[in-house]
Design a protein around this ligand. Structure first.
Ligand SMILES: [Zn+2]
Ligand SMILES: [Zn+2]
Length: 379
């Protein structure tokens, strides 16, 4: 049976010029494969890449964004993997699909988590699943752990991590030495990143939004509020809801207490203007969870809740009418700022908390409650 994959199938049975051929695993990110290839061939990654590509110190840059075509060709020639399979192990094809244009070469990329390189040190937000690493035959890092809309491992139904659970250092697998313990160990404190690491329950709507977004990328289009939209428009809609929540929290003009009680606790007063891709995983996951909740509402309920909350067209869309069709329809359905509607005692977002729920929703809530109860009992 062919190995399952979500983003690329990998490359196997390679006619390699390396002493020890190293397969590219399905969904493995390019840098992870190079690290494993270096170790398999008895080299420190620094020396390994120094021999292949002496012109540049590749480990000081984000190799997974857009490695030079000459480097890909050279790696293809040495490893036996096709250049196409290696390119698909980089973030570039996904970033291009998300933006519907070539991503910029210098600036950080929207929706892609930065590793924050400073020489060979990292201060960024790359993520990992401890249970994936624990169950891998040869631990490796996945492409999707760099996606900003990912906060969950759907395979293990657990929250991802973005730092060593013992010393909180950023992930720096490229600093591994051939004498080191392995890619599933922290390069700072040398303790396991995967074993005896408690897993956290994912936020349900963040998980649903993640799955829906992955599906949009695979289909390369989708339907939102009865309108066919492109991948780039889908991301514009997600960003709209995230920005709306952040603006609401800053201005405190709308009570999100019932709709997103965790947000006020998570952000307190330090919401600031930090880009989503640079927020801590916990904050990003809560924003995605809240955006997911908005995106699951049918159009009529969305309009009704926005309107009743006193959210005018201008307040929801301060930059003017959006050019994404479903958002434009939403904007047109919201009251014009000139028409003052009294904000009633009824807080609609709070009221939504008590609306009749479907059987599916109740069952989901019960599952979450049971998991939380058993987690409390276990701890
Ligand atoms: Zn996992
Ligand atoms: Zn550590």
């Amino acid at each position: 049976m062919a190995p399952s994959y979500s983003w690329h199938p990998g490359a196997f049975r390679l006619a390699s010029r390396w002493a020890v051929p190293t397969s590219l695993f399905p969904d493995e990110i390019l840098s992870s494969w190079l690290l494993r290839a270096a170790l398999a061939n008895g080299c420190d990654p620094l020396a390994f890449m120094g021999a292949i590509w002496p012109m540049q110190r590749v480990w000081t840059m984000d190799l997974d964004r857009h490695p030079k075509a000459e480097l890909i060709d050279k790696l293809s020639d040495l490893s036996g993997a096709t250049a196409a399979s290696l390119k698909h192990a980089t973030l570039h094809p996904i970033a291009q699909l998300v933006l519907s244009t070539a991503p910029p070469s210098k600036q950080s990329w929207p929706w892609i988590l930065s590793v924050g390189s400073r020489n060979r040190r990292r201060i960024g937000r790359a993520q990992y699943c401890p249970r994936c690493l624990a169950t891998d035959e040869s631990p490796f890092f996945r492409l999707q752990w760099r996606f900003a809309w990912h906060s969950v491992c759907t395979r293990h139904d657990c929250q991802l991590l973005e730092a060593c659970p013992h010393c909180s250092s950023a992930l720096e697998p490229h600093r591994i030495l051939v004498t080191g313990n392995g890619l599933d160990y922290c390069m700072e404190c040398d303790r396991s990143l995967s074993r005896e690491v408690p897993s956290q329950t994912p936020l349900p709507d963040a998980q649903r939004l993640q799955l829906a977004t992955d599906e949009v990328l695979r289909a390369k289009q989708t339907v939102y509020l009865d309108k066919e939209i492109s991948v780039a428009s889908w991301f514009a809609v997600v960003k709209f809801y995230i920005d709306l929540v952040r603006r609401a929290l800053r201005a405190q003009t709308i009570s999100l207490e019932a709709f997103a009680p965790e947000l006020t606790v998570t952000f307190r007063n330090d919401l600031g203007f930090v880009p989503l891709e640079k927020l801590a995983l916990r904050q990003r996951a809560h924003l995605l969870d809240c955006a997911g909740r908005f995106m699951l509402l049918p159009f009529e309920q969305l309009v009704s809740e926005f309107s009743a909350a006193g959210l005018s067209r201008q307040a929801a869309f301060p930059s003017g009418m959006p050019d994404v069709p479903p958002l434009r329809t939403l904007a047109e359905a919201l009251p014009d700022q000139g028409i003052r509607r009294p904000v009633t005692q009824r807080n609609p977002l709070r009221a939504s908390h008590f609306r009749p729920r479907s059987q599916r929703e109740v069952e989901r809530m019960m599952r979450v409650l049971r998991r939380r109860t058993s987690a409390d009992t276990d701890s």
